[in-house]
Ligand binder design. Structure first.
Ligand code: PLP
Length: 344
């Protein structure tokens, strides 16, 4: 498969913006920088951020065992998702495929970018139906978005079905792994070399506890990374985000401990939920939330709200009738939630 054939015409011919730091890259203490119209007085952030995020990519490359040339950093994964539309999807012509119930941003971004969103429902076990997906593909289908582990259902998709799509679809297959750190399943990162059309997206917003920092990461072939790097805004990732992320990676132990705590809490919460009479089902989850089906989700949602607890009502999503999605909180928060649920 030739990736270049998937690229939008205007992007194929694009001459990327060349920043001051592109034209002079040997950053060292000794030089005097009078090339970027920055303010010379030190505020800690008076200099522009590295448009190529080299230090952060180096840290990520060591942590994830991925080559730096296979990494793109975004201002959250939402930004890198948007870049995919802008790079590959021709407005009013191309289409993408999403698998509801899933993360809402894929659909929103397709609307913003004037791209048709072909929705193919997951099956009753919340798994993709490979045959059905491939049957709606046409010559203008550019991307299939897979969220695994999936939000809001919490399950991950079978390796076999993802492989089927990677092998039989002549376009890009995005595996959004926002919740992969909570799962015991292997990341698709290790498969990048085998599939030139595979794109893996991860984030520091969930397991790493850095949602406010806005760091999303896209992993793909060097060719795809070069294309996307050419259209991203030069300083899309700011100085403080890059610096903080690098610091965080040096102290991984803290986050691993917190992750373990969240997983233990999830197990505990799951057992309690099953004993509550009006809850019909708690779906197995490989993420940091649990989807539960009950008698009347809107009623329970409002009752929880009255007790000061905000959960997410997912009842309007297909296959999620009367479902609430509950994020795993701290032990103390979960105690309050459990007490509330038991006395509704
Ligand atoms: C939370 C979430 C993200 C994270 O988005 P950021 O922009 O990186 O915060 C991405 N994908 C899914 C499916 C999510 O649930």
């Amino acid at each position: 498969m030739e990736i270049t054939n998937l690229v939008r015409t205007n992007i194929k011919n694009l001459q990327p913006y060349s920043s001051a730091r592109d034209e002079f890259t040997e950053v060292s203490q000794k030089m005097i920088y009078l090339d970027a119209n920055e303010n010379p007085f030190d505020t800690g952030v008076n200099r522009y951020s590295d448009p190529h995020q080299k230090e952060l990519k180096k840290a990520l490359s060591e942590l994830k065992k991925v080559n730096q040339n296979n990494i793109l950093i975004g201002n959250g994964s939402d930004e890198v998702l948007d870049l995919l539309f802008r790079c590959f999807c021709e407005p009013y012509k191309d289409n993408v495929i999403t698998l509801p119930p899933t993360y809402g941003m894929y659909g929103v971004l397709s609307e913003i970018n004037a791209i048709e969103n072909r929705e193919v429902l997951l099956d009753a076990d919340f798994q993709p139906d490979g045959q059905k997906i491939l049957s709606v593909v046409d010559e203008n289908t550019k991307i299939i978005f897979l969220c695994s582990p999936n939000n809001p259902t919490g399950n991950s998709f079978k390796v076999k079905s993802i492989k089927q799509l990677l092998e039989h679809f002549n376009g890009l297959v995005v595996v959004d792994e926002a919740y992969i750190d909570f799962s015991e399943k292997e990341s698709w990162l290790n498969q990048l070399e085998n599939y030139p059309n595979l794109i893996v997206i991860q984030t520091l917003s969930k397991a790493y506890g850095l949602a406010g920092l806005r760091v999303g990461i896209l992993y793909a072939s060097e060719k795809i990374i070069t294309l996307l790097s050419g259209i991203k805004l030069p300083y899309n990732s700011n100085v403080l985000s890059q610096k903080t992320a690098i610091e965080i990676f040096k102290n991984n132990k803290y986050f691993e401990d917190k992750l373990t705590e969240i997983l233990e809490e999830k197990k505990r919460l799951f057992k309690v939920l099953l004993q509550i009479q009006y809850i019909q089902k708690a779906y197995d989850s490989e993420a940091n939330f649990i989807l539960i089906k009950m008698d009347d989700a809107l009623l329970r949602y409002q009752q929880l709200l009255a007790k000061g607890i905000v959960v997410r009502n997912r009842s309007k999503e297909p296959l999620c009738e009367n479902c609430l999605r509950i994020t795993i909180g701290t032990k103390q928060e979960n105690e309050i939630l459990i007490n509330a649920l038991q006395t509704l």
